[in-house]
Design a protein around this ligand. Structure first.
Ligand SMILES: [Zn+2]
Length: 295
């Protein structure tokens, strides 16, 4: 079955257009810019050609896959792939590929952010043995290692991008990101401009700039409007949540341990750290239990 999703973001698009216009007026001089008519036309023509907006993973599943409402979904959290030992945020390419093979061999079905959202907020059915795969930050290996592996397995995944770090050493380039956005194999989402502890920023305006300027850059560079955000370090406060809700975001990722359930707060979705110490036994534990063994 080919699941295509087009047009579902109409409310978001309208909402963001309104937000951009309002903020452009309010923020004259603060660096936040609304969309120009040409940019809007470019975004909509890209959407019409593919049937999907740029930066949204297309899901390809066999007709035989059964759907039901699961008890919970594990949202796996990865950052960097490489050989740095003693760094909990880095997993080896070998271990990462082994985990993706494990998912394939055990009939797990990776889901998109939209599917996660619809399950959490509406209790919509998901494919059997669902799992959600996320990568944070935008390291170069997300393009050189993760992207080809996920294409090979035809697994949708989500990349939360720090927009201000793109084109820096060790990070992805806008060219690579554009290729990925247009491939419809990965969902590209917001991880702020500079990866601050949002709750520690001094003013609401600074928090807005981190979140909304990243969104504006995703639109300008990739034609991506993301209703999904991951708070750097999983750090947020009431003001951050207010800003995200007002701007039209629909899911916010934290870094608290646990799984997502129907009825979970969509703005504080729990995620599960995965690193080199997570062997097959602990990986399985993390895929099916809320109270998985901590490592
Ligand atoms: Zn991060």
């Amino acid at each position: 079955m080919l699941v295509k999703r087009a047009g579902y973001k109409r409310k978001w698009l309208l909402g963001m257009a309104g937000t951009f216009m309002t903020l452009s007026l309010l923020c004259a001089g603060c660096g936040f810019q609304g969309l120009t008519g040409t940019e809007k036309d470019t975004v909509s023509s890209q959407q019409e050609e593919s049937g999907l907006p740029p930066g949204e993973a297309q899901v390809v599943r066999d007709d035989s896959v059964k759907y039901s409402v699961p008890e919970g979904v594990s949202v796996l959290m990865y950052h960097k792939v490489g050989d740095e030992k003693h760094n909990g945020a880095v997993i080896s390419a070998r271990n990462f590929e082994r985990q993706m093979k494990y998912l394939k061999d055990h009939q797990y079905h990776p889901i998109t952010m939209q599917e996660l959202h619809d399950f959490v907020t509406e209790g919509k059915a998901l494919p059997s043995k669902p799992v959600c795969i996320t990568f944070d930050d935008g390291y170069e290996d997300s393009y050189t290692v993760v992207y080809p592996i996920m294409k090979k397995y035809r697994f949708p995944w989500t990349l939360f991008l720090i927009t201000g770090m793109v084109d820096q050493p060790g990070r992805m380039t806008w060219g690579q990101l554009k290729e990925m956005a247009d491939s419809h194999t990965v969902t590209i989402a917001n991880h702020t401009v500079s990866h601050p502890h949002l709750s520690q920023l001094k003013s609401r305006g600074e928090k807005e700039k981190e979140i909304l300027n990243a969104e504006n850059t995703l639109v300008e560079k990739l034609g991506v409007r993301s209703p999904w955000i991951a708070y750097p370090y999983g750090d947020y406060d009431k003001e951050v949540l207010q800003i995200c809700k007002k701007a039209g975001f629909e899911l916010g990722m934290s870094m608290s341990d646990g799984r997502a359930h129907n009825g979970s707060d969509p703005f504080t979705i729990r995620r599960i750290w995965i690193g080199n110490p997570v062997d097959d036994k602990h990986f399985e534990d993390r895929l099916i239990h809320d109270n998985f063994v901590k490592l």
